[in-house]
Design a protein around this ligand. Structure first.
Ligand SMILES: Cc1cc2nc3c(=O)[nH]c(=O)nc-3n(C[C@H](O)[C@H](O)[C@H](O)COP(=O)(O)OP(=O)(O)OC[C@H]3O[C@@H](n4cnc5c(N)ncnc54)[C@H](O)[C@@H]3O)c2cc1C
Length: 387
């Protein structure tokens, strides 16, 4: 049969790429179908933060295993991920300190280098930061950020080297289903057949679910990002930060830049085809105000650029991982604005699920796509402080 493979992966973001790599590593020959080009969606717009700080144990475990990849990328994948160690600081308001301590203890239990440090210690690490609105922060000395485009390209190259096929400019337009079993997909480049189809279509995943008659609550989440030129007073770099009191995250970028994203006013439910070349009206002003609250000397900086991106989001802001709908149809989507850093481990777990019937690296059963029907939404073990 023409165009037949072991597994069809829909979507060439970091998640489709990671799954293609891990399947190919196990000797399976997947075909990845991407409607535009590799990393054309959320991945190419991602801030690329790499940290392990979460309030759900499995999230931290996925991030921790992925961190092992980022640290040893050349050996485990080949090529580059652009991982840059900057140290990561999670700042929370005083009323969330108890939850922060519990989270940090959970991270330490997993084996993650994560510590509570005082506001004075934060000042020592980052002298230009305002530190009078909190007493303690969580600190991961080994964390930082990676380059999402480079990461995805090297996963794709490694997958291709092991026998995966990659087709770009190939829009999946429908599903071929018979007797309750998925058999393939129709596309703008013809029909493709496989007994297993994985939906890794990010913000577009709902459309793919509809093609197989699957109804799962799903929306899109827009995030805007600003890059600013740092004034020399800040020094050559600064830590990567999630600044919960200011609903903001920021990290250094090459070329003397700082990348800033905001956690509020991120629009839900827009078409993922919206303009991502420009940030939404008013975003830059708000982002400048926030970064200057934490780093006042940033007032001497200058705007470099600002843009947007769309991710898929679920009602509990956690991924959909596993089988749902017709037999052979799997989901690896709904990354809810935080999926880059976990992609290596998620691809590994999904390859184990497909090939061995169960993920071994991390128990991903809590992310089962049908959990909303069963009222098993994922909530943090402790007070949730970053949603
Ligand atoms: C601005 C922004 C900042 C972020 N910052 C961070 C961060 O700092 N750290 C972090 O961990 N995460 C971050 N995220 C989240 C992270 O980037 C995403 O969760 C992750 O990239 C999602 O990857 P994906 O492969 O699931 O989806 P995508 O990268 O969106 O890939 C899906 C792909 O599917 C393709 N596709 C869609 N429909 C079809 C079809 N019908 N046929 C064929 N192909 C199709 C699309 O073209 C797209 O390339 C951020 C996201 C945004 C938007």
């Amino acid at each position: 049969m023409p165009n037949t493979s072991d597994v069809i992966i829909i979507g060439g973001g970091v998640h489709g790429a990671s799954l293609a790599f891990h399947l190919a590593q196990r000797g399976v020959k997947p075909i990845l179908l991407e409607k535009k080009f590799i990393a054309a969606g959320a991945t190419g717009r991602s801030g690329g933060l790499v940290r392990m700080h979460y309030d759900v144990r499995q999230d931290s475990e996925l991030a921790w295993i992925s961190f092992g990849y980022f640290k040893n990328w050349g050996e485990l994948v080949g090529g580059e991920s652009g991982f840059t160690r900057t140290g990561f600081i999670q700042i929370v308001a005083r009323e969330h300190e108890a939850a922060l301590r519990l989270n940090t203890a959970m991270h330490q239990d997993i084996g993650i280098a994560s510590f509570m440090i005082s506001a004075e210690d934060v000042k020592r690490l980052a002298p230009s930061f305002v530190t009078d609105d909190f007493d303690f922060a969580a600190y991961e000395p080994e964390s930082g950020y990676a380059d999402p485009n480079t990461t995805t390209a090297s996963l794709i190259n490694a997958a291709k080297g092991k026998g995966a096929q990659i087709k770009q400019d190939c829009l999946v337009t429908g599903a071929i289903v018979g007797a309750g079993q998925v058999k393939g997909v129709t596309t703008t480049q013809g029909d493709f057949f496989a007994p297993t189809v994985v939906n890794a279509a990010g913000a577009w995943a709902d459309k793919i679910n509809t093609m197989v008659g699957l109804e799962i609550p799903y929306s899109t989440w827009r995030h805007d990002t600003m890059l600013v030129g740092r004034p020399k007073e800040i020094g050559p770099s600064h830590p990567t930060v999630i600044d919960f009191p200011n609903e903001m995250y920021f990290r250094p970028e090459t070329g003397g830049l700082t990348l800033v994203g905001l956690e509020d006013n991120n629009l839900l439910g827009e078409s993922p085809e919206g303009d991502t070349d420009h940030a939404k009206h008013g975003f830059v002003e708000r982002a400048i105000e926030r970064i200057c609250q934490r780093i006042p000397v940033m007032e001497k900086g200058h705007l470099h650029t600002a843009y947007g991106g769309y991710d898929g989001i679920t009602p509990d802001q956690h991924p959909l991982l596993g089988q749902a709908g017709p037999e052979g149809f799997y989901l690896q989507c709904g990354m809810s604005g935080t999926g880059f850093k976990i992609a290596p481990a998620v691809g590994l777990c999904m390859s184990e699920l497909l090939l061995d019937g169960q993920a071994k690296a991390v128990d991903i059963s809590i992310y089962h796509p049908e959990r909303f029907k069963e009222k098993k939404e994922i909530t943090g073990n402790y007070v949730s402080i970053w949603h």
